[in-house]
Design a protein around this ligand. Structure first.
Ligand SMILES: Cc1cc2nc3c(=O)[nH]c(=O)nc-3n(C[C@H](O)[C@H](O)[C@H](O)COP(=O)(O)OP(=O)(O)OC[C@H]3O[C@@H](n4cnc5c(N)ncnc54)[C@H](O)[C@@H]3O)c2cc1C
Length: 502
């Protein structure tokens, strides 16, 4: 008798979800396809490619142990994988869970696959749309804070019986913006898994591809048990101190108290509900300050779900937004080329070695530099998507186009997230070891961020000077007596950045 086929994509590795939850293993074949053309289509980061394929392979084994028949295929393309499967298995129908990205939905629809709703997020894209229609502000904009409070209430997370937030306030961000401690701080080390047979198989599958970054480090778990160990490690070792230093960056430690859980949340090895539950439970047991617990919950049920909702809420061409008409490619310094900018050189190395940095290097170093220098937003999306272990279109597009680069002209943020060297110096320790001087905007040793910051404001007066949140900044710009020299230095900085000689 023909069985049904469930096609499980590489970011849907959870048998408790809609595509598999009610399936009888004896009556279901699971199809998993690794597409060679997709692997060869971009210069993927090695950490990212390895993480996805190893996680898929181990999930296939897990499904076999649960009694499913798994048809594992390394095929020329997704289509070829499906066609081979149909020829060999002749299933009664092929079902999949809604993919997280538009291109995935379009592909599966073209191939005639029936889609079932995704329950990978706490707020489905249709629920988000309904929320957004109801909660637009008078000027048409949406606010993450509104969405977050709505999520907290409806999911009943840290809510008192009378509907007020535990602790009496919704937002503890003010407590969570400390600069790095003067002594550099003391941070937990990330667990490591030694490479095994599966890792060696993945490495040989990846052999011959043009990948970026260093060898597989074992910093990322690639199965459910490993992801759960990372969650436990986060709760025990990092969560108590998560809040206060959430926005700090230190050159000698890459993750501080950040959870490093985004890859597992994004590929299905962890579900957001269980992470939030673990955080709330730890807070209830005691020893976890409210600002740390609330800080993580805000990231997961607030920012993460808001970003996912926005991805589907915007039109498909949102990814092409380029408000400032930027034309530069991603500069070689971000790709790991030599640079005297201490912050960029550290962050580029972290991306190459781990396929990851925490939020602030992404925002304050990578996206800030790209915005100030005039990098094409789409090029930054593509590079970050290829290089980050947690990258995916749904999460990269709103974060880069909207939050990081203001390329949508302010749909997502009320002003561009930009800063010169002074703010970098406040929240990181990079400037003390740098060849450039954060206080100088002109001259050979002027900090490129500082020069480009003033030049950016100057070049985009027509688009930004009317923004009331930038009133003081434009007043300061008006007081500069060396603007001509700043403009000249900025031209030099941009051209050396593009040439990889800065
Ligand atoms: C320019 C830019 C690009 C980004 N690209 C990605 C990406 O490709 N994939 C990705 O998962 N996140 C992305 N983020 C968001 C955020 O930086 C990462 O989720 C976070 O750094 C992951 O590290 P962590 O797990 O230690 O996070 P923590 O600081 O421990 O936060 C906990 C969790 O909250 C979620 N989260 C927090 N902020 C966001 C956000 N803005 N968007 C989505 N989820 C969020 C993540 O799932 C994260 O695991 C990007 C942010 C920026 C500014």
């Amino acid at each position: 008798m023909a069985t049904d086929t469930v096609w499980v994509l590489g970011d849907q590795l959870d048998e408790r979800l809609g595509h598999l939850a009610d399936r009888d293993p004896a009556m279901t074949t699971v199809l998993m396809v690794v597409s060679r053309s997709k692997l060869a289509s971009r210069r993927w980061g090695r950490q990212r490619a390895h993480f996805y394929i190893a996680s898929m392979m181990r999930f296939a084994e897990r499904l076999r142990s649960l009694g499913f028949t798994v048809d594992w295929r390394v095929a020329a393309s997704m289509r070829a994988g499906l066609e081979g499967h149909l020829a060999d298995h002749q299933p009664s129908e092929v079902v999949a869970m809604e993919p997280a990205n538009r291109s995935g939905v379009a592909l599966l629809e073209r191939l005639g696959v029936r889609l079932v709703p995704s329950d990978q997020f706490l707020c489905h894209r249709d629920e988000f749309r309904a929320w957004a229609d109801e909660h637009r502000r008078r000027d048409g904009s949406l606010l993450m804070e509104d969405f977050y409070r709505w999520q907290r209430r409806r999911l009943d997370i840290l809510i008192e019986p009378d509907g007020s937030p535990v602790g009496g306030t919704w937002n503890l961000d003010q407590e969570n913006r400390l600069p790095p401690p003067a002594d550099g701080g003391d941070w937990p080390e990330a667990p490591l898994d030694p490479a095994d047979e599966v890792d060696r198989e993945v490495s040989s599958l990846l052999d011959g591809l043009d990948l970026t970054g260093g060898p597989w480090t074992g910093i990322w778990a690639t199965d459910r048990a490993g992801a759960l160990r990372r969650l436990e490690h986060f709760i025990d070792a990092a969560l108590p101190g998560f809040g206060p230093y959430e926005d700090a960056v230190v050159s000698h430690h890459r993750h501080l108290n950040h959870s490093m859980l985004s890859p597992y949340l994004n590929n299905g090895l962890l579900h957001p509900a269980e992470v939030v539950e673990a955080v709330v439970e730890a807070h209830r047991r005691g020893g976890i300050p409210l600002n740390s617990a609330e800080g993580v919950i805000r990231q997961i049920i607030g920012w993460r779900e808001y970003i996912a909702g926005l991805y589907w809420w915007h039109d498909a061409d949102y990814i092409e937004s380029n408000h400032f008409d930027n034309t530069l490619d991603v500069p070689p310094a971000l790709l790991g080329g030599p640079t005297d900018m201490n912050c960029v050189s550290h962050v580029a190395r972290w991306v190459a070695e781990d396929g990851w940095t925490h939020h602030i290097p992404r925002l304050m170093v990578i996206a800030n530099l790209a915005t100030l220098a005039g990098v094409q937003p789409r090029a930054l999306v593509d590079w970050m998507w290829e290089s980050f272990v947690d990258g995916a279109e749904w999460v990269m597009v709103p974060n880069v186009i909207g939050m990081g680069m203001y390329a949508d002209g302010g749909t997502m943020s009320t002003k561009p997230y930009i800063s010169g060297g002074n703010y970098l110096s406040k929240m990181t320790d990079f400037c003390s070891g740098c060849a450039f001087d954060r206080r100088r905007r002109v001259g050979a040793d002027a900090c490129p961020f500082t020069t480009l910051y003033w030049d950016f404001l100057d070049r985009h007066r027509d688009l930004l000077a009317g923004n009331h949140r930038l009133g003081r900044v434009y007043a300061n710009l008006g007081r500069l007596d060396d603007l001509g020299a700043v403009r000249e230095r900025a031209v030099e900085v941009r051209s050396r950045l593009a040439a990889g000689t800065l």
